[in-house]
Structures are given as structure tokens and as C-alpha cells.
Design a protein around this ligand. Structure first.
Ligand code: WT7
Length: 644
């Protein structure tokens, strides 16, 4: 039996969404969807209010994802301009630097508006127009948020690439969507280290013929090379442009951004989100999940390079007239108190972070928490991976001193925002469960054949109908969009996650059921790591699987077969790890590499990953049936030479 943490009385009394609101609202959102959503859409500022809400279909014959299609609006106007009259002098963005002895920066809505207009004019000066793609490869500095909103203002499509990705990974993402402009900084800073962002862009640019200009924000003042005719300093260009820039009227279905994410096969996919439905989902979930009211200091400790940063650092909070904190650094530098010191410094009321960060901090001991006050905290959030009940209780009891509910939000890059999540004034909590579906979300659990399983059960998680924040396509490959998400279980969106539903109708995400590994809350495709490994001249073949990791949730375990005549060695192991870091980025670095003379394959040549997973997990007693293998003896060698 799992414990239940009931909604605290003071939350039940004054929550934005109460238990009754949730129950009635969720039923209505499914039974009378169009009316429900047209009513909710009124929270945004439209140039033309839509007459229809959902026109989506998951069936192959008339497949499309489409919301509010005849409405017109601008995202930047919704996040900034409409707040100016009422809260122009309120702080919109607080920026906390990497180095704790440096001063934070604060920007009012008026100031952010002016900065965004300038940035938009600088982009225009580089020839950027509505529909053009702008790649943003930035550290966690305010200009990153300004750049996103500037794109939105003029109708350009931003594609943010996480600053931890390598030049190769960056180049692939620039060319896939034909970006003409990259916005970057001289260097980034994280945990006292400098990241050579501009140098990485220079290296990427050797493979990106579409790239015409690089806009460089001076962040650290580190030495970099500037290429004449291609590179411009942001501060120089910004000094010459106006702090006023008209908004571009956008149709609700015009693209807002592309964000690349890993899948089980092939190259990373450019997930496309559009304007109206995405913004509504961002704003509505941000308000309901965090019970957010303007004036509250809210901190989402993600990086802007991931969807969490898009939806819950920038678009959701600003659409709601909120104060959003952007932190440049990492949770445990200079030491494991840092995150809580930032909370105290800014009187943060709501914090949103990942289980992996909590597990790492928990390991460093309670003293780092206990010596901070945290009295401002009211609500705690998590995202990115299943949270183990032990980490949940530590967050609740030690960090929140028992007084703050935890919202464990399940969602994906594809879903735009939270999908299965507690609402703190409406839903009793169970540690480790993302609890119940948000308004408009119709989850189902199906078996391998697609049969809908009722009641308390376990299987694969699908969503039976569209919701406003859903991705619209894979950039440049609509067929791949359909194949990836809608062909496994016809008529339904397949999440790729396994899930259990308990007797109270609570959902418990059990993790990916496809070949995707969740490393520290970040998604990594096994196929991507394998492709990187086989690019190495000494590698003949590679198979990559996930294995349980105390801090990261899952680690990366690689089986590598060398070319004939090559010798395995410790230096080669290190070389291969470094190779993957260079090819993809540090987050893809294998935790373990096992040299394997052969891989377990069926007679038709398919690698049996089930066996590789078991061995990586150290569970070698129950390898199951190996009789269908072309050469069962390879398994003995794999077991004998397991790393770990
Ligand atoms: C995958 C999506 C959601 C934004 C950050 C990650 C896993 C996410 C939870 C949660 C259990 C979770 C799922 C999902 N996941 N949140 N609260 N509980 N699992 O976005 O990179 O698109 O990854 O993260 O496996 O499919 P992403």
C-alpha cells in the first residue's frame, strides 16, 4: 500500500483549482470539449478570436493536429505587451548568476519588452522574416529568453539547441531546419567552468552551408574569433536599433518553435509546436499546476535547451504575468547548498526541478539543506523522470519540512506541457505517482495488441485524443510524425512510456518501453549513441542499453565489437567515451563500455536487447530463452565480462 498525502486544508480552501473544479472540469473538458476550450482560450489576448477549437484527427485517412485554426495572436504580445499597463514595473525575470558572489539582475516587464524589441530588430537586421528558422545556442542568461521572445514577436521559428551539445550535434540541428542565423554567446558558465559556445558554433559552421550570420552575445568576455561578414556582436547591433518593434500577427497554427528530441530510431526529430494551442497549454498548466498568482517568485531550475525551459521558464510564467527566475549555474556548485541559497536569496515560493538533482543533493546529506531557511517555499515540483518514493519523501520532509505539496508532472517534449500531474489544491498525493490527467487529457492503458485495459492495470500509455499543446509535426517529415506516434496503436497517440494505474485511478509512469534511455531526466536514443560509436574507425558494431543508475535514473551501457585485429584496452575504452562526448555531448557519455567479441542476435540478425539489458542490470540469472540466438555461446562471454 502506498501512503496518501491529502490536500492540505489551507490549499483546499484557496486553490485556483479545487477538487470539485477538477472533477467537474475534467469531465466537461472531455464531454463538451469545444465549448470548454473556446472558453479557456479567452485567457489569451487574440487579434482574432477563434471560432473552432479542436479539428484534429489521429486516423490515417484525415490525420492532422489542429487547434483554434482561424484565430490570430502573437505570443510575445501575450507574454509582454498585454501586461505593460497593469504590471509594467513588476519584475518579470530575475537572473541569478553562476558565481554566487556576483549580483543577480532583475528586469521589469517594461524592460523585457524593450530588450525583446531590440533583439527582434537585430534579427530583422540580419534579414530574418516570418517563418525563418533561428537556431539559439545559448547559456542560461537573460538574452536567451529575449531571443526566444524576439523570434516569437516577428514570427521567426526558434530552434534552441542545448549548450551542452557538441558542434556535430549543433551542425545537424542547424542544417535539418535550414537555419540562416545562429544566436550564441562568447562562452557559457556552469559550475565555475566555461563552455566555449562560440568556438563550437565556429566548428559547426564548417558543415552548415545554410548559415549566414552568427549573433554573439558578450557573456563572459572570453577571447573568441569573429568572422568578418558572418559574425556580429549583439551589443553593437542592439545599440543601433529601436526599442520598439511591431508584432507580427500569427495564425494560431503558425509555427512557434522547433525543438529536437531523441527517439528510438534515426536522427533526433525536430518537434514542431505552433502558436495558439501551445501558448494556451503553457499558460493554463503553469497556472493550475503551480497554483500560480502574479507576484509569486517562481523558479523552474531547468535549462532553456529543453522543453521544460521553454514552457515553464519562459512562455507559461510570462503569459501569466509572473516573475520567473533564471539560474545560470548548476544545483551543487560551489556546494550542495547552492540551490537552497538561491531560494533564500530571492524568496522563491515555487521550485520546479528534476529527480536526478534531488537524488544527487540527497546523497550529499541533509546538512546542506538544514543550514538554509527555505521558509519562503510553498510548493515543490518535479519533472523529467519517475521520482523514486525515497527522493520524493526527502524533498517533502527535508526540503519542504513537510509543509509543501509536491507536483510530479509527467509530460514530454511532444506534449508541450504537463499532461498527468497533481493540482496542489485538488488532488491528494501519492509519492512516486504523477496522479491524474490534466483537463482535456484522456489517457488509456493498452496491452501490446492495443486492447484497452480497464481498472487497476499495467501496460503502455496512450492518449486517446488531441490536446491544445500537442506537437503538430516532425519538421520536414510529416510521415515520420504519423509513423512514430500514431501507427503502433491506430487512432491513438503512443507516448513510448509504460504505465500502471492503481485502484484509485492514479497513474504511475514506469519508464520508457522503447529504445530510449532517460539519463538524468534527458532523453537519449540508443540508436544515436550506437551510430556515434560505429563512426569510430576501430569499432565494428555497437549496441547500447540503459541500466539503473543511483543518481541519473538510467545510465548508458554500451557493448562494443571491435574490428578484426583491434585489441581492447583501457585507453581505448576512454577514447571511445571521449569520442561519444565529442560526437554528441557529455550527456551521451557511456557509463560503461563492455568489449564484446559478439552480440546476441537472432538468426535473422536482430540484436536481442532484452538479453543485453538483463546483463547490464546485473540480472544474469534470468536471461530467458536464448535458444533462438544464432550463436547462444556469445551470451556466456557477455556474462563473464560484464562491466560494473
Ligand atoms: C520522457 C519525456 C517532460 C519534460 C522533460 C523531459 C519521462 C517525464 C516524468 C515524470 C515519469 C517522466 C517519460 C517521458 N518523464 N516526466 N514526472 N514521471 N517519467 O522531456 O525529454 O521529452 O522526455 O520523460 O519517460 O516519455 P523529454
Amino acid at each position: 500500500m502506498s501512503d496518501i498525502y491529502p490536500v492540505p486544508a489551507e490549499w483546499a480552501a484557496k486553490a485556483k483549482v479545487t477538487k470539485a473544479d477538477y472533477e467537474a472540469g475534467h469531465a466537461r473538458s472531455l464531454d463538451d470539449a469545444d465549448a470548454f476550450w473556446l472558453e479557456k482560450a479567452q485567457r489569451l489576448d487574440w487579434l482574432t478570436f477563434p471560432t473552432k477549437a479542436d479539428e484534429s484527427s489521429f486516423d490515417e485517412a484525415d490525420f492532422q493536429v489542429k487547434w483554434f485554426a482561424d484565430g490570430q495572436l502573437n505570443v510575445a504580445a501575450n507574454c509582454l505587451d498585454r501586461h505593460l499597463a497593469e504590471r509594467g514595473d513588476q519584475i518579470a525575470i530575475i537572473w541569478e548568476p553562476d558565481v554566487p558572489t556576483e549580483e543577480p539582475k532583475r528586469f521589469t516587464y517594461k524592460q523585457v519588452h524593450a530588450e525583446v524589441c531590440r533583439f527582434a530588430n537585430v534579427l530583422k537586421g540580419q534579414g530574418v522574416k516570418k517563418g525563418d528558422r533561428v537556431t539559439v545556442y545559448m547559456p542560461m542568461i537573460p538574452e536567451a529568453a529575449f531571443a526566444l521572445l524576439a523570434c516569437a514577436r516577428i514570427g521567426a521559428i526558434h530552434s534552441v539547441v542545448f549548450g551542452g551539445f557538441s558542434p556535430e550535434a549543433l551542425a545537424g540541428r542547424i542544417t535539418d531546419c535550414d537555419s540562416t542565423v545562429v544566436v550564441t554567446a562568447d562562452e557559457g558558465r556552469r559550475g565555475g567552468k566555461h563552455v566555449p559556445l562560440k568556438a563550437n558554433v565556429d566548428a559547426a559552421a564548417a558543415h552548415t552551408p545554410c548559415l549566414k550570420s552568427v549573433i554573439v552575445v558578450k557573456a563572459t568576455g572570453g577571447t573568441i574569433a569573429m568572422q568578418d561578414g558572418r559574425d556580429i556582436w549583439y551589443h553593437e547591433a542592439a545599440a543601433t536599433v529601436s526599442a520598439d518593434c511591431p508584432i507580427e500577427p500569427m495564425n494560431a497554427e503558425d509555427p512557434l518553435f522547433i525543438l529536437y528530441t531523441s527517439g528510438s530510431t534515426g536522427k533526433p526529430k525536430g518537434v514542431l509546436h505552433t502558436t495558439g494551442g501551445y501558448l494556451l497549454w503553457a499558460a493554463m498548466t503553469h497556472e493550475a499546476v503551480f497554483d500560480y498568482r502574479p507576484g509569486q517568485i517562481y523558479w523552474c531550475a531547468a535549462d532553456i535547451g529543453w522543453v521544460t525551459g521553454h514552457t515553464y521558464i519562459v512562455y507559461g510564467p510570462l503569459a501569466n504575468g509572473g516573475t520567473t527566475l533564471m539560474y545560470e549555474g548548476v544545483p551543487n556548485w560551489p556546494d550542495a547548498s547552492r540551490i537552497w541559497q538561491v531560494v533564500d536569496r530571492h524568496d522563491v515560493e515555487i521550485i520546479f526541478t528534476a529527480p536526478t538533482a534531488l537524488r544527487a543533493l540527497m546523497k550529499d546529506g541533509d546538512d546542506f539543506v538544514a543550514k538554509t531557511s527555505r521558509k519562503s517555499l510553498k510548493l515543490l515540483g518535479t519533472v523529467g523522470e519517475p521520482i523514486n518514493p525515497e527522493a520524493w519523501r526527502w524533498y517533502h520532509d527535508v526540503v519542504g519540512e513537510g509543509r509543501c505539496p509536491i507536483v510530479d508532472t509527467w509530460w514530454q517534449t511532444e506534449t508541450g506541457g504537463a499532461m498527468i500531474t497533481p493540482l496542489p489544491g485538488a488532488i491528494d498525493l501519492k509519492p512516486g505517482s504523477a496522479t491524474k490527467p490534466f483537463f482535456g487529457v484522456e489517457p488509456q492503458i493498452v496491452d501490446a495488441d492495443g486492447k484497452i485495459l480497464e481498472g487497476a492495470t499495467e501496460g503502455n500509455l496512450v492518449i486517446a485524443r488531441s490536446w491544445p499543446g500537442q506537437m503538430r509535426t516532425v519538421w520536414g517529415d510529416h510521415e515520420r510524425f504519423f509513423q512514430t506516434y500514431f501507427s503502433t496503436y491506430p487512432g491513438k497517440y503512443f507516448t513510448g512510456d509504460g504505465c500502471r494505474r492503481d485502484e484509485d485511478g492514479y497513474y504511475w509512469i514506469t519508464g520508457r518501453v522503447d529504445d530510449v534511455i532517460n539519463v538524468s531526466g534527458h532523453r537519449m536514443g540508443t540508436a544515436e549513441v550506437e551510430s556515434a560509436l560505429v563512426l569510430h574507425p576501430k569499432v565494428a558494431e555497437a549496441a547500447v542499453v540503459g541500466f539503473p543508475h543511483d543518481i541519473k535514473g538510467q545510465g548508458i551501457y554500451a557493448y562494443v565489437t571491435l574490428n578484426a585485429g583491434e585489441e581492447s584496452s583501457e585507453p581505448l575504452r576512454k577514447e571511445l567515451r571521449d569520442w561519444v562526448r565529442t560526437e554528441i555531448g557529455p550527456i551521451a557519455t557511456p557509463d560503461a563500455i563492455q568489449f564484446a567479441p559478439g552480440l546476441p542476435k537472432t538468426r535473422s540478425g536482430k540484436i536481442m536487447r532484452r538479453i543485453l539489458r538483463k546483463i547490464a542490470e546485473g540480472d544474469t540469472s534470468s536471461l530467458g530463452d536464448t535458444s533462438t540466438l544464432a550463436d547462444p555461446s556469445v551470451v556466456d562471454d557477455l556474462v563473464a565480462n560484464r562491466v560494473g
